[in-house]
Design a protein around this ligand. Sequence first.
Ligand SMILES: Cc1cc2nc3c(=O)[nH]c(=O)nc-3n(C[C@H](O)[C@H](O)[C@H](O)COP(=O)(O)OP(=O)(O)OC[C@H]3O[C@@H](n4cnc5c(N)ncnc54)[C@H](O)[C@@H]3O)c2cc1C
Length: 414
Amino acid sequence: MLYMEYLKEVEGKTVHDYLEVKMGKMTKPIGVEGPVIVGAGPSGLAAAACLKQKGIPSLILERDDCLASMWQLKTYDRLCLHLPKQFCQLPLMPFPQNFPSYPTKQQFLAYLKAYADHFDIKPALSKTVISANFDHRCGYWRVKTQGVKKEETEYVCQWLIVATGENAEEVVPQIEGMSEFEGPILHTSSYKSGSMFCGKNVLVVGCGNSGMEVCLDLCNHHARPSLVVRDTVHILPQQMFGKSTFGLSLSLLNWFPMRLVDKFLLLMSHLILGDTAQFGLNRPKIGPLELKNLCGKTPVLDFGTLAHIKSGKIKVCRGIKQLAQHKAEFVDGKIEDFDVIILATGYKSNVPTWLKGSDMFCEKDGLPRKPFPNGWRGENGLYAVGFTKRGLLGASFDAKRIAGDIEHCWKAAN
Ligand SMILES: Cc1cc2nc3c(=O)[nH]c(=O)nc-3n(C[C@H](O)[C@H](O)[C@H](O)COP(=O)(O)OP(=O)(O)OC[C@H]3O[C@@H](n4cnc5c(N)ncnc54)[C@H](O)[C@@H]3O)c2cc1C
């Protein structure tokens, strides 16, 4: 069916729905020339820029009222990029030369803003995508959004690019006695700085990169953090031989098998950081790169937290058994007093909640563990940017490939 005919038919249906549901807030559907991109984070911007460079227009739908909302609204003040800038820049526009190797959050945000301006990308803001269905009958995607006043809009498009990120929603664990704890409990997404916790006993739950860095920040602001470490964890130095551990690993992987590179990383980590197990941070049996490859678990980079763990400024605790008014009891029987709890328990994707009728996402515990057959491309014009657990570097690869793929159809049709 032709696109215009299809739009008319959809419109007719929507008017019908509108009359049936008197309180309905749906307006008439909007036909989008080119792909709809869901999410105006780095991945969505990269996809829009790569498309633009090929002369293909697109529309970004973003739930928040700003670009890169995860970076703007949900990160702490001291955050710098964890990986060197050459592994974090988006396609077609490098970071300014005067940026440091590890740009600050503010510098990264300024870069993203300049990136959007340069490619004249203007996302439709405050539009939360609540559903996306592929209409098999006619071969188009129908994408429904909700605005701040709950008004709904439907977009119709041939291609749908999912760029909502692996960190779209906070993971908040249920801990026994949580409702009885009388101090504040917050997720790292609301943590800005340790300055407000000066002199407090703070329990940080989870020892990924965020948990470790929040502990360091708390120490720097004279709070007394304790870190809950339930699982095994690989901690690697941020740099080795003056090079980033990440960059060095990538170079070595060009020449040596992963297991050998893992052995090298573990040997170097032992020499630089010492035996982390001594401080309650046991390493997994599988090496850091192999583990990342198998289940996506990112090794933790040490930015200085380990020195405070060694000195005893940060206590390491086993899993929490239960919480009480001002206390936490741990699985090893210890009981300690706390004023605040910070959950560094990570994030999850929200794609399974709105992407309908697609078997692209193999759900396990509600999480898209295996996003797409080839990581970036699904069926019926569905694509994903930034879902391969390879950070901004992976998102750049995805964006370039997607634009190349869509270009073939675009050229054939135009
Ligand atoms: C503290 C921290 C530090 C990090 N440091 C690095 C680093 O140094 N290097 C690196 O490569 N990676 C890093 N990462 C990973 C980083 O999150 C990603 O690399 C990057 O932000 C991914 O971009 P994205 O656009 O895929 O996702 P996001 O940045 O999460 O952007 C997704 C966008 O989609 C929007 N959205 C979500 N759901 C909907 C919906 N239903 N409708 C409309 N819009 C929606 C969100 O509001 C958001 O704006 C870090 C992550 C964290 C948490």
